[in-house]
Design a protein around this ligand. Structure first.
Ligand code: ADP
Ligand code: MG
Length: 277
């Protein structure tokens, strides 16, 4: 069997059908965050979701993670209806989820510990991951002793060590300074390349979305956001993020998506400005 025929028969990693997610408001009403989302993500794809603040990007990730049940529609993972927590997915947030009382190596090994892997084995694997993310020698440190970039590397190792097929990343590098962020983006791409893992990456930063992804999905301004644009990013790989942003193809696709995104951002701005007035 050739690779391409395998691809066409394998079920997609993630498939959202008419997904609607609503929240109960404090006043007892209902707020529909996203409505009728149809999105199929083939295995191994790096897909980013962009859209204005509050449009429901995190809500969609939570649905894929199985942290919230759909109000309507469905989430399928590897061809099977998701009925609870998505065990195939690893989740990375903007604020890293490191435990402050645990050393770096114990933080990285946490997922293996929860899966009942023996102490010696999980330490071996955690040490190997620390070397892989450039943190050899820091295993005995505590999270507060690390820089922002080092904490991010620890969080990456913590997420990847359990080998999830799907990575859900919610503005993971948003809190980093520009240079550290670019280094982390490069490292993420290096890890992902050839891994076969599916990445769903949420960011409000279009630049980041375009430079990392195979595809960018644009959500409309809320409430009841829907997908208003899907863009293939066919920039060549492997990509060097240090210079990709200066390529004319990059500038062109960026400008195309930005003109659509800008419209949605302005709608959100006008709505919130009215509320604030
Ligand atoms: P984004 O990640 O794109 O900024 P979110 O998915 O966090 O947006 O939120 C989408 C909308 O749903 C926002 O208007 C937000 O206020 C609302 N929302 C999110 N979580 C809750 C919740 N637990 N209860 C009520 N409303 C929520
Ligand atoms: Mg969010």
């Amino acid at each position: 069997m050739t690779i391409s025929s395998q691809r066409s028969t394998a079920p997609p990693a993630v498939s959202l059908s008419s997904l609607t997610m609503a929240y109960r408001t404090r006043e007892g009403g209902e707020y529909t965050a996203v409505r009728n989302i149809d999105l199929t993500i083939p295995r191994g794809r790096f897909l980013s979701v962009v859209g204005p603040t509050g449009c429901g990007k995190s809500t969609i990730l939570n649905a894929i993670a199985g942290l919230r049940t759909p109000s309507a529609g469905s989430v399928e993972i590897d061809g099977r209806m998701l009925g609870g927590l998505n065990k195939a997915a690893g989740y990375m947030f903007q604020s890293d989820a490191l435990l402050p009382w645990m050393t770096v190596v114990d933080n990285v090994a946490l997922g293996l510990q929860l899966r009942g892997v023996a102490a010696a084995e999980r330490r071996n694997q955690a040490m190997a991951w620390l070397r892989r993310v450039g943190l050899a020698g820091f295993e005995k440190s505590y999270p507060h002793q690390l820089s922002g970039g080092m904490r991010k590397r620890t969080a990456v190792a913590q997420t990847w060590i359990v080998d999830p097929g799907i990575l859900l990343m919610d503005e993971p590098f948003g809190a980093l300074d520009v240079q550290t962020r670019q280094i982390m983006e490069n490292e993420l791409l290096a890890l992902w390349t050839g891994s076969g893992k599916t990445v769903v990456f949420v960011t409000h930063d279009l630049d980041e979305a375009v430079s990392l992804s195979d595809e960018v999905v644009l959500l409309s301004a809320g409430p009841a956001s829907t997908i208003v644009g899907r863009y293939e990013i066919d920039l060549p790989r492997p990509r060097d993020l240090m210079d990709i942003r200066t390529r004319p193809e990059f500038t062109e696709i960026y400008a195309r998506i930005w003109s659509d995104l800008r419209e949605e951002v302005m709608k959100t701005y006008e709505r919130t400005a009215r509320v604030d007035a």
